[in-house]
Write a protein that binds this ligand. Structure first.
Ligand code: AMP
Length: 282
Protein backbone atom coordinates (compact mmCIF):
# COMPACT_ATOMS: atom_id res chain seq x y z
CA UNK A 1 0.00 0.00 0.00
CA UNK A 2 1.31 3.43 -0.95
CA UNK A 3 0.84 6.56 1.14
CA UNK A 4 0.88 9.65 -1.05
CA UNK A 5 0.88 13.14 0.47
CA UNK A 6 1.40 15.39 -2.55
CA UNK A 7 -0.93 16.27 -5.42
CA UNK A 8 1.92 15.78 -7.86
CA UNK A 9 2.58 12.27 -6.52
CA UNK A 10 -1.13 11.35 -6.59
CA UNK A 11 -1.59 12.64 -10.16
CA UNK A 12 1.51 10.73 -11.32
CA UNK A 13 0.28 7.48 -9.69
CA UNK A 14 -3.22 7.78 -11.18
CA UNK A 15 -2.01 8.64 -14.68
CA UNK A 16 0.38 5.69 -14.57
CA UNK A 17 -2.45 3.34 -13.48
CA UNK A 18 -4.54 4.73 -16.34
CA UNK A 19 -1.74 4.12 -18.84
CA UNK A 20 -1.57 0.53 -17.61
CA UNK A 21 -5.30 0.21 -18.32
CA UNK A 22 -6.24 -0.17 -14.64
CA UNK A 23 -9.60 1.24 -13.52
CA UNK A 24 -9.51 3.37 -10.35
CA UNK A 25 -12.17 3.26 -7.62
CA UNK A 26 -12.04 6.19 -5.21
CA UNK A 27 -13.39 6.52 -1.66
CA UNK A 28 -13.07 10.05 -0.25
CA UNK A 29 -13.20 10.17 3.56
CA UNK A 30 -12.35 12.34 6.55
CA UNK A 31 -10.82 9.34 8.34
CA UNK A 32 -11.85 7.76 11.66
CA UNK A 33 -12.78 4.86 9.41
CA UNK A 34 -15.57 2.46 10.44
CA UNK A 35 -17.68 -0.29 8.88
CA UNK A 36 -19.53 2.29 6.73
CA UNK A 37 -16.29 3.41 5.10
CA UNK A 38 -15.20 -0.23 4.91
CA UNK A 39 -18.30 -1.16 2.89
CA UNK A 40 -17.46 1.62 0.40
CA UNK A 41 -13.87 0.35 0.14
CA UNK A 42 -15.15 -3.20 -0.43
CA UNK A 43 -17.50 -1.95 -3.18
CA UNK A 44 -14.58 -0.14 -4.83
CA UNK A 45 -12.38 -3.25 -4.46
CA UNK A 46 -15.06 -5.39 -6.13
CA UNK A 47 -15.73 -2.99 -9.01
CA UNK A 48 -12.27 -1.60 -9.88
CA UNK A 49 -8.67 -2.74 -10.43
CA UNK A 50 -7.14 -0.23 -8.02
CA UNK A 51 -8.57 1.47 -4.91
CA UNK A 52 -7.62 4.94 -3.70
CA UNK A 53 -8.86 6.17 -0.30
CA UNK A 54 -8.35 9.80 0.65
CA UNK A 55 -8.22 10.86 4.29
CA UNK A 56 -8.61 14.61 4.63
CA UNK A 57 -10.48 16.51 7.33
CA UNK A 58 -11.62 19.34 5.07
CA UNK A 59 -11.65 22.64 7.02
CA UNK A 60 -13.71 24.29 4.25
CA UNK A 61 -16.80 22.23 5.11
CA UNK A 62 -16.80 23.05 8.84
CA UNK A 63 -18.47 26.20 10.17
CA UNK A 64 -16.59 28.42 12.66
CA UNK A 65 -18.55 26.98 15.62
CA UNK A 66 -18.32 23.35 14.48
CA UNK A 67 -16.21 20.39 15.55
CA UNK A 68 -13.17 20.71 13.21
CA UNK A 69 -10.66 20.73 16.10
CA UNK A 70 -12.17 17.81 17.98
CA UNK A 71 -12.89 15.71 14.87
CA UNK A 72 -11.23 12.30 15.53
CA UNK A 73 -7.97 11.56 13.63
CA UNK A 74 -6.88 8.00 14.51
CA UNK A 75 -4.44 7.75 11.58
CA UNK A 76 -2.64 4.55 12.62
CA UNK A 77 -5.91 2.60 12.94
CA UNK A 78 -7.15 4.02 9.63
CA UNK A 79 -3.98 2.89 7.87
CA UNK A 80 -4.37 -0.59 9.37
CA UNK A 81 -7.95 -0.84 8.10
CA UNK A 82 -6.88 0.29 4.62
CA UNK A 83 -4.03 -2.24 4.56
CA UNK A 84 -6.41 -5.04 5.63
CA UNK A 85 -8.85 -4.04 2.88
CA UNK A 86 -6.07 -4.12 0.27
CA UNK A 87 -6.32 -0.44 -0.57
CA UNK A 88 -3.67 0.47 -3.16
CA UNK A 89 -3.18 4.12 -2.22
CA UNK A 90 -4.04 6.24 0.80
CA UNK A 91 -4.00 9.86 -0.32
CA UNK A 92 -3.18 11.99 2.71
CA UNK A 93 -2.76 15.63 1.68
CA UNK A 94 -2.00 18.35 4.24
CA UNK A 95 -4.37 21.33 4.41
CA UNK A 96 -1.93 23.69 2.66
CA UNK A 97 -1.35 21.11 -0.09
CA UNK A 98 -5.02 21.34 -1.12
CA UNK A 99 -5.48 24.98 -0.08
CA UNK A 100 -2.26 26.94 -0.65
CA UNK A 101 -2.33 30.59 0.44
CA UNK A 102 -3.30 31.82 -3.05
CA UNK A 103 -6.35 29.54 -3.21
CA UNK A 104 -9.56 31.49 -3.96
CA UNK A 105 -11.95 29.37 -6.03
CA UNK A 106 -15.13 27.72 -4.82
CA UNK A 107 -17.56 25.30 -6.41
CA UNK A 108 -21.16 26.07 -5.58
CA UNK A 109 -24.19 23.87 -6.23
CA UNK A 110 -27.27 26.10 -6.11
CA UNK A 111 -30.79 24.79 -5.50
CA UNK A 112 -29.94 21.45 -3.91
CA UNK A 113 -27.92 23.08 -1.13
CA UNK A 114 -30.56 25.63 -0.07
CA UNK A 115 -32.27 23.32 2.40
CA UNK A 116 -31.69 20.89 5.27
CA UNK A 117 -27.91 20.60 5.88
CA UNK A 118 -27.39 23.73 3.77
CA UNK A 119 -29.51 25.79 6.19
CA UNK A 120 -28.21 24.24 9.41
CA UNK A 121 -24.59 24.35 8.25
CA UNK A 122 -24.08 27.47 6.10
CA UNK A 123 -21.08 27.07 3.77
CA UNK A 124 -20.87 23.33 4.38
CA UNK A 125 -21.79 22.22 0.86
CA UNK A 126 -19.53 24.86 -0.74
CA UNK A 127 -16.68 23.18 1.13
CA UNK A 128 -17.83 19.69 0.16
CA UNK A 129 -18.35 20.57 -3.52
CA UNK A 130 -14.98 22.31 -3.75
CA UNK A 131 -12.96 19.54 -2.12
CA UNK A 132 -14.74 16.75 -4.02
CA UNK A 133 -14.13 18.55 -7.34
CA UNK A 134 -10.44 18.95 -6.47
CA UNK A 135 -10.08 15.33 -5.35
CA UNK A 136 -11.82 13.99 -8.48
CA UNK A 137 -9.53 16.13 -10.67
CA UNK A 138 -6.45 14.86 -8.84
CA UNK A 139 -7.34 11.16 -8.50
CA UNK A 140 -9.24 10.94 -11.81
CA UNK A 141 -11.19 7.80 -10.85
CA UNK A 142 -13.60 5.93 -13.13
CA UNK A 143 -15.89 5.41 -10.16
CA UNK A 144 -16.21 7.21 -6.80
CA UNK A 145 -18.11 5.72 -3.86
CA UNK A 146 -20.28 7.65 -1.42
CA UNK A 147 -22.59 6.61 1.43
CA UNK A 148 -26.35 7.08 1.46
CA UNK A 149 -25.86 8.10 5.11
CA UNK A 150 -25.05 11.61 3.81
CA UNK A 151 -28.01 11.68 1.45
CA UNK A 152 -27.95 15.35 0.49
CA UNK A 153 -24.17 15.23 0.04
CA UNK A 154 -24.49 12.31 -2.39
CA UNK A 155 -27.14 14.29 -4.32
CA UNK A 156 -24.91 17.40 -4.41
CA UNK A 157 -21.90 15.39 -5.62
CA UNK A 158 -23.95 13.62 -8.31
CA UNK A 159 -25.27 17.02 -9.47
CA UNK A 160 -21.86 18.70 -9.67
CA UNK A 161 -20.29 15.77 -11.53
CA UNK A 162 -23.09 15.91 -14.11
CA UNK A 163 -23.07 19.72 -14.35
CA UNK A 164 -19.27 20.07 -14.64
CA UNK A 165 -18.89 17.07 -16.99
CA UNK A 166 -16.51 15.27 -14.68
CA UNK A 167 -15.86 11.80 -16.08
CA UNK A 168 -16.42 9.87 -12.85
CA UNK A 169 -19.40 7.64 -12.14
CA UNK A 170 -20.83 8.37 -8.69
CA UNK A 171 -21.94 5.24 -6.85
CA UNK A 172 -24.04 5.55 -3.70
CA UNK A 173 -24.00 2.61 -1.27
CA UNK A 174 -26.48 1.86 1.56
CA UNK A 175 -26.00 3.10 5.11
CA UNK A 176 -24.27 0.64 7.44
CA UNK A 177 -25.95 0.52 10.87
CA UNK A 178 -25.31 -0.82 14.35
CA UNK A 179 -27.59 -3.73 15.34
CA UNK A 180 -29.91 -1.26 17.14
CA UNK A 181 -30.28 0.84 13.99
CA UNK A 182 -27.87 3.70 14.74
CA UNK A 183 -26.09 4.70 11.53
CA UNK A 184 -22.31 4.37 11.89
CA UNK A 185 -20.61 7.74 12.01
CA UNK A 186 -17.20 9.01 13.05
CA UNK A 187 -19.11 11.43 15.32
CA UNK A 188 -20.63 8.54 17.33
CA UNK A 189 -17.31 8.41 19.23
CA UNK A 190 -18.27 11.75 20.85
CA UNK A 191 -21.32 10.18 22.55
CA UNK A 192 -21.32 9.22 26.23
CA UNK A 193 -22.79 5.82 27.10
CA UNK A 194 -26.11 7.42 27.95
CA UNK A 195 -26.11 9.53 24.78
CA UNK A 196 -25.22 6.48 22.69
CA UNK A 197 -28.40 4.79 23.94
CA UNK A 198 -30.44 7.92 23.23
CA UNK A 199 -28.99 8.17 19.71
CA UNK A 200 -31.04 5.19 18.52
CA UNK A 201 -33.96 7.65 18.53
CA UNK A 202 -32.99 8.78 15.01
CA UNK A 203 -33.56 5.35 13.54
CA UNK A 204 -36.66 4.86 15.70
CA UNK A 205 -38.12 8.10 14.33
CA UNK A 206 -37.45 7.05 10.73
CA UNK A 207 -38.97 3.62 11.45
CA UNK A 208 -42.03 5.27 13.06
CA UNK A 209 -42.58 7.36 9.93
CA UNK A 210 -42.10 4.31 7.71
CA UNK A 211 -44.69 2.44 9.78
CA UNK A 212 -47.35 5.16 9.53
CA UNK A 213 -46.77 5.21 5.75
CA UNK A 214 -47.16 1.41 5.67
CA UNK A 215 -50.42 1.82 7.56
CA UNK A 216 -51.68 4.02 4.72
CA UNK A 217 -50.85 7.57 5.86
CA UNK A 218 -49.99 9.82 2.90
CA UNK A 219 -50.03 13.28 4.49
CA UNK A 220 -46.40 14.46 4.73
CA UNK A 221 -47.41 16.65 7.69
CA UNK A 222 -48.61 13.63 9.65
CA UNK A 223 -45.62 11.50 8.60
CA UNK A 224 -43.28 14.27 9.75
CA UNK A 225 -45.24 14.56 13.01
CA UNK A 226 -44.57 10.86 13.67
CA UNK A 227 -40.82 11.53 13.43
CA UNK A 228 -40.98 14.65 15.60
CA UNK A 229 -43.05 12.91 18.30
CA UNK A 230 -40.49 10.12 18.57
CA UNK A 231 -37.62 12.61 18.92
CA UNK A 232 -39.52 14.63 21.57
CA UNK A 233 -39.98 11.49 23.66
CA UNK A 234 -36.20 11.20 24.11
CA UNK A 235 -35.07 13.74 26.74
CA UNK A 236 -31.43 13.83 25.51
CA UNK A 237 -32.46 14.58 21.92
CA UNK A 238 -33.11 17.99 20.34
CA UNK A 239 -34.56 18.14 16.83
CA UNK A 240 -32.78 20.19 14.18
CA UNK A 241 -34.96 19.22 11.22
CA UNK A 242 -37.24 16.42 10.06
CA UNK A 243 -38.46 16.33 6.47
CA UNK A 244 -40.34 14.25 3.93
CA UNK A 245 -38.84 14.98 0.54
CA UNK A 246 -38.77 13.79 -3.06
CA UNK A 247 -35.83 11.36 -3.32
CA UNK A 248 -34.59 12.94 -6.56
CA UNK A 249 -35.10 16.69 -6.19
CA UNK A 250 -35.03 16.85 -2.36
CA UNK A 251 -38.04 19.18 -2.53
CA UNK A 252 -40.37 18.71 0.46
CA UNK A 253 -43.64 17.06 -0.53
CA UNK A 254 -47.19 17.52 0.76
CA UNK A 255 -48.30 14.05 -0.05
CA UNK A 256 -46.26 10.84 0.05
CA UNK A 257 -46.13 9.35 -3.45
CA UNK A 258 -43.34 7.74 -5.47
CA UNK A 259 -39.69 7.67 -4.34
CA UNK A 260 -39.33 9.58 -1.10
CA UNK A 261 -36.65 10.21 1.46
CA UNK A 262 -37.17 10.90 5.15
CA UNK A 263 -34.41 13.19 6.41
CA UNK A 264 -33.46 13.85 10.00
CA UNK A 265 -30.88 15.90 11.93
CA UNK A 266 -30.86 15.66 15.71
CA UNK A 267 -28.61 16.96 18.48
CA UNK A 268 -27.73 14.38 21.11
CA UNK A 269 -25.99 16.48 23.76
CA UNK A 270 -23.24 18.37 21.92
CA UNK A 271 -23.17 16.00 18.98
CA UNK A 272 -25.21 16.55 15.85
CA UNK A 273 -26.26 13.38 14.04
CA UNK A 274 -28.03 12.90 10.71
CA UNK A 275 -29.87 9.96 9.22
CA UNK A 276 -32.33 9.21 6.43
CA UNK A 277 -34.48 6.49 4.92
CA UNK A 278 -35.54 6.03 1.31
CA UNK A 279 -39.04 4.72 0.66
CA UNK A 280 -41.21 3.87 -2.31
CA UNK A 281 -44.85 4.94 -1.81
CA UNK A 282 -47.66 3.76 -4.05
P1 AMP B 1 -16.89 10.95 6.13
O1 AMP B 1 -15.56 10.34 6.48
O2 AMP B 1 -17.83 11.04 7.27
O3 AMP B 1 -16.74 12.21 5.33
O4 AMP B 1 -17.56 9.91 5.15
C1 AMP B 1 -16.91 9.43 4.00
C2 AMP B 1 -17.89 8.62 3.18
O5 AMP B 1 -18.37 7.53 3.97
C3 AMP B 1 -19.12 9.44 2.77
O6 AMP B 1 -19.46 9.10 1.44
C4 AMP B 1 -20.17 8.99 3.74
O7 AMP B 1 -21.48 9.09 3.25
C5 AMP B 1 -19.78 7.52 3.92
N1 AMP B 1 -20.35 6.98 5.17
C6 AMP B 1 -20.29 7.55 6.40
N2 AMP B 1 -20.99 6.81 7.29
C7 AMP B 1 -21.50 5.76 6.59
C8 AMP B 1 -22.35 4.65 6.94
N3 AMP B 1 -22.78 4.46 8.17
N4 AMP B 1 -22.68 3.78 5.96
C9 AMP B 1 -22.25 3.97 4.68
N5 AMP B 1 -21.46 4.99 4.30
C10 AMP B 1 -21.10 5.88 5.23
Amino acid sequence: MHTIRTIKGMVAWSRSAERDGRSIGFVPTMGALHEGHKSLIKSARAACDAVVVSIFVNPLQFGPMEDLERYPRPLEEDMRLCRREKVDVVFLPAVDELYPSAFETAVSVQRLTRRFEGISRPGHFGGVATVVTKLLNIVHPGKAFFGQKDYQQAAVVSRLVADLNICTEIIVRPTVREPDGLALSSRNTFLTLEERKAATVLYQALAAARDVIRDGERSAKKIRAAMIRTIWEEPLARLDYAAVADAETLEEVRSARGRLVLLLAVWIGNTRLIDNMELLCR
